[in-house]
Design a binder for this molecule. Structure first.
Ligand code: ADP
Ligand code: MG
Length: 207
């Protein structure tokens, strides 16, 4: 049987062109399962191992559905991950005329604050995101898409209360997607509390 190609999926020409530039032809398994559901607006819990292609599984559906203003936030545990996700987001975003901004601690705030202007998506670590919110530079009132990436690592690093604090500052009515290599009980209870009838995509255990 022929494998599914991005070209044959119900996604925009802009996204398809951006994927072509990276020579991405076929979606990975997690992308094939998650993208159609996420485009329809479903909340998602996705468990699949490192390297399986989770980044595009949430970025593609978000860029397909963005309108205007700051509408998406992606929380990740580390600066390196934030930079990694933002590189991919910038390239897909460009195809849609959307800007992204990356926010993490241990770096001057000025550039991050300037980058927020006109940005459609924030990718950041919880501490600096909270910091910029408290200082009044970052307002999440318009958020329609909320992603927790590497949720298990964020728990291990003690970010659970920060995540809840940030979540409470976003509109109730939004699409939430949670990605993790493992599903400890704390993640399940976070999902129960904050997600609406999430679809579960469980591909494999990491450990
Ligand atoms: P995960 O978040 O699950 O660990 P990533 O999203 O970081 O995985 O992707 C892992 C690697 O696979 C990256 O180098 C990425 O560029 C590559 N990749 C992602 N999707 C595809 C695809 N559809 N085709 C080819 N390579 C891909
Ligand atoms: Mg990842």
């Amino acid at each position: 049987m022929e494998n599914l190609k991005f070209e044959d999926m119900s996604i925009s020409k802009g996204t398809k062109n951006a994927l072509k530039e990276h020579n991405f032809v076929e979606p990975t398994e997690v992308q094939e399962k998650a993208i159609p559901l996420a485009i329809k607006g479903r909340d998602l819990i996705v468990q699949s191992k490192t390297g399986s292609g989770k980044t595009l599984a949430f970025l593609i559906p978000i860029f397909e559905n963005l309108n205007s203003g700051l509408e998406a936030i992606v929380l990740v545990p580390t600066r390196e991950l934030a930079q990694q996700v933002e590189r991919v987001a910038r390239s897909i975003g460009k195809a849609h005329g959307k800007r992204t901004v990356v926010i993490y601690g241990g770096a001057p705030m000025e550039r991050q604050i300037a980058g927020l202007k006109g940005a459609s998506m924030v990718i950041g670590t919880p501490g600096r995101v909270m910091d910029l919110m408290r200082r009044g530079y970052l307002n999440l009132n318009g958020i329609r898409f909320f992603v927790l990436d590497e949720a298990d690592r964020m728990l291990d690093m003690g970010f659970i209360d920060d995540i809840k604090w940030i979540l409470q500052k976003t509109p109730k009515d939004k699409q939430m997607m949670l990605f993790s290599a493992t599903m400890p009980p704390e993640i399940i209870s976070l999902a129960r509390r904050y997600m609406k009838n999430p679809e579960k995509i469980i591909l494999s255990e990491d450990e």
